[in-house]
Write a protein that binds this ligand. Sequence first.
Ligand code: ATP
Ligand code: MG
Ligand code: FE
Length: 336
Amino acid sequence: VLVLAIESSCDETAASVVKNGRTILSNIISSQIELHKLYGGVVPEIASRKHIEKINQVIEEALKEADVTLDDLDAIGVTYGPGLVGALLVGVAEAKAISFAKDIPLVGVHHIEGHISANYIEHPDLEPPFLCLVVSGGHTHLVIVKDYGTFEILGRTRDDAAGEAFDKVARAIGLGYPGGPKIDRLSKEGNAYAFDFPKAKVDEAPYDFSFSGVKSAVLNHLNKCKMQGEEIVAADVAASFQRCVVEVLVEHAIAAAKDHKIDKLAIAGGVASNSGLRTAMEEACRNNKIQFYHPSPIFCTDNAAMIGVAAYYEYQKGTRHGLDLNAIPNLRLGER
Ligand code: ATP
Ligand code: MG
Ligand code: FE
């Protein structure tokens, strides 16, 4: 089964050809980061326009690299939510056009189901059920993947997503957009125990997260330093912030795995490429006899290969969308 997948939910225009769900024949990503950097974050209008400009070229490249044509495809998969509505619409319209023109099934994919499915690419042995910590720019979810495309959400963030907190703190330290990778890099030069930023717990919801407290604590610290004319040691702030976020993520994930007696734990989303998180989670999993899975960084941040993998499993389950498929900016995981 050959699937062409399209991803355009935020600021990367991406297309990929995936064979039998787990073999990536091509993975083309056109990132708009340089463009949005100028504004310190993603500007939705600019993102949509850029998607329109790039999408045909990206698809052509994906087909060429996979050495296939549109006539070889069995299905077309596309992210239809959540994300920026104008950005999503570009991918959805394109996928519908190809589905109609070539008379092949259209499979709409939830973007986060895609992120989770990225774990299947490099781990042929990984199959549900397993626990997955989703940490991306807009989501922080702890989910049991019960079966392909079937999820039980154990916990979620009450305020900022982990990636969002990284981006906001990076901006406050003056590192620019996108902040996650920059904090990751700077942390390596800092003392992670220089500051004890607060680690929030949510009462009666042991698997929920809250990152607005640590973010505010960092901002308050920076303001205090400025007011009192003290030097800001950015590397120490970054390292301490990252340690605090990573500790919470690891503690929650391991507790959930133990409570639910699950011995396989995967991580997904852009923050899953964070080196501090990978190291700490790996160690915690080893100590608790849990098998740890994580995608390579290129499959952690937005890409279409992960959408193709998710689309394949949805296709196998019989999921088909009509030409009335619409972009759903706030689509919930597990909903259609
Ligand atoms: P969502 O998937 O929730 O819709 P998104 O698609 O914008 O949001 P992703 O592309 O999955 O998010 O991830 C981007 C996020 O990951 C950004 O917040 C970015 O700062 C963060 N990120 C990327 N690399 C790292 C890293 N090495 N350390 C920490 N954060 C990182
Ligand atoms: Mg992005
Ligand atoms: Fe994403």
